[in-house]
Design a protein around this ligand. Structure first.
Ligand code: SAM
Length: 262
């Protein structure tokens, strides 16, 4: 039997501005996600499973379009308000817990696979949850482009320290690209992938998402010892400065279909 270790989610640690950080991430990435899910036809009559739903913007949007939606996460405290909008909420770990089988027209997970240990196992569970012909949509980032700046790379030592903390907790900084192989190896048909990136200006709402990312990781970065408070303060100040623009990560969307029953 496979060993069942506790899931470590790097942002599962206490941070008083986590709700705000999640909301800023939604504002940055939702338009591209909604465009792609709408293009698949997600809407009335669809049964949808939103995995690692966070504070639930995608689940809420699918419900507004008339889909029957279940939202699952390790921590469902931020999702409770969606019950009033007809969304079913379940607390579960997608690497360990069973999902209903052959049920959903769409299973979507954004910024989730990059954090989990057993990615192939999680994808296999999500594929089993699809009805034949249903769509799996995985969205994860590739971080190679992050903090590309007109003057070179923005605060490379801080970027390195942040990703060292995340990688130690099981995160994969190139997961967006890994998702292509995961979808193919899970036997999905019509696997397609695209990427989108944002040019972010310091001091904007989008810029604050990056600053709060560093603030959440600050204690663990300091514990690692490769950067100081001053290094992190400088990076956070530059992220708040409207004279700076930088490139985000690339958000890679991978879609594939479960083969229809013969
Ligand atoms: C970075 S947040 C992304 C939230 C949301 N998908 C979004 O894009 O706005 C990652 C979410 O995945 C959840 N998560 C992480 N590991 C998980 C797991 N093994 N099973 C279920 N949810 C998980 C976290 O609790 C968190 O809410």
């Amino acid at each position: 039997m496979a060993e069942r270790t506790a899931t470590r989610y790097v942002f599962g640690t206490a941070f008083e501005r986590e709700e705000e950080r999640l909301a800023l991430g939604e504002a940055l990435w939702d338009p591209g996600t909604f465009e792609r899910l709408a293009a698949l036809g997600a809407g009335p009559g669809w049964r949808c499973l939103e995995v690692g739903a966070g504070r639930g913007s995608v689940a809420g949007w699918l419900a507004e379009r008339g889909a029957a939606v279940t939202a699952v996460d390790l921590d469902t405290a931020r999702l409770d308000r969606l019950r009033a909008r007809g969304v079913a909420i379940r607390r579960l770990d997608v690497t360990r817990d069973d999902l209903p089988e052959s049920t959903y027209d769409l299973v979507h997970a954004r910024l989730v696979m990059q954090h989990v240990g057993d990615r192939a196992g999680a994808v296999a569970r999500m594929v089993r949850a699809l009805r034949p012909g249903g769509h799996l949509v995985l969205e994860d980032t590739d971080t190679a482009s992050l903090f590309s700046h007109a003057d070179g790379l923005f605060h490379p030592e801080v970027k390195r320290a942040a990703y060292a903390v995340m990688t130690a907790a099981g995160y994969h900084p190139r997961c967006g690209l890994l998702d292509v192989g995961l979808a193919e190896e899970a036997g999905l048909a019509d696997v397609r992938a695209d990427g989108r990136a944002e040019v972010v200006r310091g001091g904007t709402a989008a810029g604050r998402w990056f600053a709060l990312w560093l603030e959440h990781l600050r204690p663990n970065m300091l514990a690692l010892g490769s950067v100081s408070e001053v290094d992190i303060d400088r990076a956070v100040a530059d992220l708040a400065d409207p004279r700076h623009t930088w490139l985000s990560q690339v958000m890679i969307t991978v879609t594939g279909r479960k083969a229809a029953a013969p």
